[in-house]
Design a protein around this ligand. Structure first.
Ligand code: FES
Length: 145
């Protein structure tokens, strides 16, 4: 079994809405990861230092974590406070292609599915929202998985 580790972290401030999504499990691959700027692995969870990821200070802010296998996840600020963060997989639910942020939404370059920043499905051909990961937060950290 190969280990997949975060390789990069990018921060973008973008606009988004809110929605409820199905909660999934953090991929096994992501659980054996190493540190990127403001991101580390503690046990089987990924921990973001919110002070090092200031994009998450504002509603609509996004922090993307990319893994060595090419998969990615994003943490999105959907509301103020410790319950206002959402963690989603960026693998399109149609066929697994990585979606990209564009004009405040996630767009799949393969067949054009669109998702809100919080992962909610806007347009197919995908039929379901982006997978959501469990996330908890304090004033200083967000823990995913
Ligand atoms: S893989 Fe994303 S729309 Fe087909």
């Amino acid at each position: 079994m190969s280990e997949k580790q975060p390789t990069t972290v990018s921060r973008r401030g973008v606009l988004c809405g809110m929605a409820l999504l199905a909660v999934g499990l953090l991929p096994e691959a992501a659980q054996a990861a190493v540190t990127a700027a403001g991101v580390k692995v503690v046990g089987k969870k990924i921990v973001l230092d919110l002070k090092a990821n200031k994009a998450l200070n504002k509603v609509g802010g996004v922090v993307q974590v990319d893994f060595q296998d090419g998969s990615s996840m994003a943490v999105v600020r959907t509301a103020a406070g410790t319950k206002g963060l959402t963690a989603i997989s960026l693998s399109c639910t149609h066929n697994g292609v990585t979606v990209m942020e564009q004009n405040g939404a996630w767009i799949c370059p393969a067949h054009g599915s669109q998702f809100a920043l919080n992962g909610k499905l806007i347009n197919g051909p995908a039929r379901t929202a982006l997978q959501k990961f469990p996330i908890t937060a304090t004033a200083t950290t967000a823990t995913i998985g």
